[in-house]
Every structure is written in structure tokens, then in C-alpha cells.
Design a protein around this ligand. Structure first.
Ligand SMILES: Nc1ncnc2c1ncn2[C@@H]1O[C@H](COP(=O)(O)OP(=O)(O)O)[C@@H](O)[C@H]1O
Ligand SMILES: N[C@@H](CCOP(=O)(O)O)C(=O)O
Length: 297
């Protein structure tokens, strides 16, 4: 038996939805699982063996043990399109990829909340995790008593134009720089912006989305780490009246639009104007409404 598991990239936060909102993209960690194997091996697409401390292997082994699966053989090949440490949820994809692979190997069903609970042993970002599992745009809830997520009822297409710098920022360090407490005005600012953003996404109203894509909880501290922010946001603000947010904890920068033509226009403009000034890459991402997919090969 052979399977392909496609685990999507995600952008957490979307500006004001810090630790709350996540969007799922058509960009994947692809996991090829062959159960007709007489060894246990996990390799990358260059046929190099993956190290045991990799999050995928850790989550796979943890889940196999959790499901009480005695030694089974498998050959797994990982082929990832998701850049690591750029704010596109590569770690959430690796963890959920490991959990979903264990599910396939074991033939036991693990429900979505159980998957999140297993994943929380490895990282705490329920915004990435729930968007990756569920697809679409997801809002999530985690406190001492509750763990839940739900997908926004969005009917429109959504395109992200994303700038991916050449350097990485570890999410852990981008969290350490945030304050412990916030002024009431900043919290109110975010609540108001988040309400507009969610309403704009649900109504398919790009003006409301643009009004909502601002934040005072994490971005003012994190933008300082991203030297290209001012150039990119001035261009997008001036020419297209668009807001730029961090994808996750950064360093990637993101704007969203409901029209592919507009996404293309923004992309070309950014590339043409900033080609000689910045080193990273621009690309268009499309909303993925499916979340994790499993195909028999
Ligand atoms: N298979 C893997 N894929 C992605 N990240 C991994 C993997 N295994 C371990 N990691 C760790 O997770 C980090 C990336 O996670 P994070 O900083 O949250 O960024 P991202 O936005 O890409 O998820 C890497 O620097 C690495 O230390
Ligand atoms: N809400 C988290 C999301 C981190 O996402 P990542 O893709 O950058 O790991 C945060 O903002 O810290």
C-alpha cells in the first residue's frame, strides 16, 4: 500500500489575530508513504536519511507509541515546498505530517482535536495547527479549560502575495521579544481591527479586510527585525492602499487580495520596483480549503 499525504503551509495571525487566526495555503509538505517495505526509513527527496531529532520523526514516533503500534515497517519520503523558519508554519506541517503518517501506518482513526492535543506536545501554535488540519481560514481557542477551532464561512477566493526573505527568524525568539502586558488602548485597537478583518473575510469585502489588517500586539515589536518592511509596506500602501502583515511570526511579509489579477499586479509591481534593493523572493499563494489530504497511490 502506498499513500501520498499533503500537508499545507499556513500563515498565522493575519495581523490582529495574534494566536487566534490562521489561513491555509496551496503549498505543501508532501509525504510519500510505502507500507510494502522491509525496513524503517525516512528520507528526503535527495534520498538522504532524515535525522531522528527532526520534528516529523519525533511526531511520527510519539504518535505510533501513543497508538500502541508494535513495530511496523515503512519507507517514507518527504518532499517539502514549505520554507523552514520563514513564518509559513513548516513546523506545524512537520508535526501534523508525522501524526497523520502514524495514523496511516496504524490504520487507527485519530480525530482532529486529538491530533491537535498530540501536536501540542511539540509546539503551542494552535493557529497554524488548526488551519493546517482544517483548511480555509480558521479561528481558534485555547485556554486553561478549552481547546477548539472553527473555520470561517468564507465563500470567496483569497490570494496572498508574500515576500520571503533570505534569512530565517525562529518563532521562539520572535515570541520572547513581546511585552508581558499591554495598554488597554492597544487591546481595544486589536479587537476592533480583528472584527473588521473577520467581517471582511466572511463578506468577501476587500476594503473591510484592508481596514482590519493592523495590529498593536505583536507586529510593532517584530517588524523591527525585518529590514525590508518599510520599503515593502510603503510601496503597497502608496500604490495599492494595501496593508502588510507578518506571516506568522515572520520574517515573511504578506498582503491579501480577493482577485488573482490584483495579486499578479501587486507581485509584478513589487518585483519590478524592489528587484535591486532586496534579496528575498515574492510569490502568490492561493487559499486552500481542504487542509491535510491523503491519497492512495
Ligand atoms: N521537519 C521540520 N520542518 C520544519 N521545521 C523543523 C522540522 N524539524 C525541526 N524543525 C524545527 O522547527 C523550526 C521551524 O519552526 P518555526 O521557527 O516555528 O518556523 P516556521 O514558521 O517555519 O514553522 C526549525 O528551525 C527547526 O528548528
Ligand atoms: N501565533 C504564532 C504563530 C507562529 O507561526 P510561525 O509560522 O511563524 O511559526 C506567533 O505569532 O508566534
Amino acid at each position: 500500500m502506498k499513500y501520498l499525504i499533503k500537508v499545507p503551509a499556513t500563515s498565522a495571525n493575519l495581523g490582529p489575530g495574534f494566536d487566534t487566526l490562521g489561513i491555509c495555503w496551496d503549498l505543501f509538505l508532501k509525504i510519500y508513504v510505502d507500507l510494502n517495505s522491509n525496513e524503517k526509513v525516512v528520507i528526503n527527496k535527495n534520498k538522504q536519511e532524515i535525522k531522528k531529532n527532526d520534528l516529523f520523526i519525533q511526531a511520527l514516533n510519539y504518535t505510533l507509541e501513543y497508538l500502541n503500534i508494535p513495530n511496523k515497517f515503512y519507507k517514507i519520503e518527504l518532499d517539502s515546498e514549505i520554507p523552514i523558519g520563514k513564518g509559513l508554519g513548516s513546523s506545524a506541517a512537520a508535526i501534523l505530517g508525522g501524526i497523520s503518517t502514524a495514523e496511516i501506518i496504524s490504520t487507527k482513526k485519530v480525530d482532529k482535536i486529538e491530533k491537535i492535543k498530540i501536536a501540542l506536545n511539540f509546539e503551542n501554535h494552535i493557529d497554524n495547527l488548526s488551519a493546517c488540519l482544517e483548511g480555509g481560514v480558521v479561528t481558534c481557542l485555547k485556554n486553561e479549560n478549552e481547546l477548539s477551532f472553527t473555520r470561517l464561512p468564507i465563500k470567496c477566493d483569497i490570494y496572498g502575495v508574500i515576500y520571503i526573505p533570505t534569512y530565517t527568524i525562529a518563532t521562539e525568539s520572535a515570541r520572547k521579544i513581546l511585552p508581558l502586558n499591554y495598554p488597554k488602548e492597544d487591546v481595544i485597537f486589536n479587537l476592533q481591527k480583528l472584527s473588521f478583518l473577520i467581517t471582511g473575510l466572511v463578506k468577501g469585502d476587500e476594503d473591510l479586510i484592508d481596514m482590519g489588517m493592523e495590529d498593536k500586539i505583536h507586529q510593532p515589536y517584530r517588524f523591527n527585525l525585518i529590514k525590508e518592511y518599510t520599503l515593502i509596506s510603503e510601496l503597497l500602501n502608496g500604490k495599492f492602499k494595501k496593508k502588510v502583515v507578518l506571516s506568522g511570526a515572520g520574517p515573511s511579509l504578506l498582503t491579501i487580495t480577493l482577485s488573482y489579477q490584483k495579486a499578479l499586479e501587486i507581485l509584478k509591481n513589487l518585483e519590478n520596483n524592489l528587484r535591486n534593493e532586496i534579496e528575498g523572493t515574492f510569490r502568490i499563494l492561493k487559499l486552500n480549503n481542504k487542509g491535510i489530504e491523503i491519497e492512495s497511490l
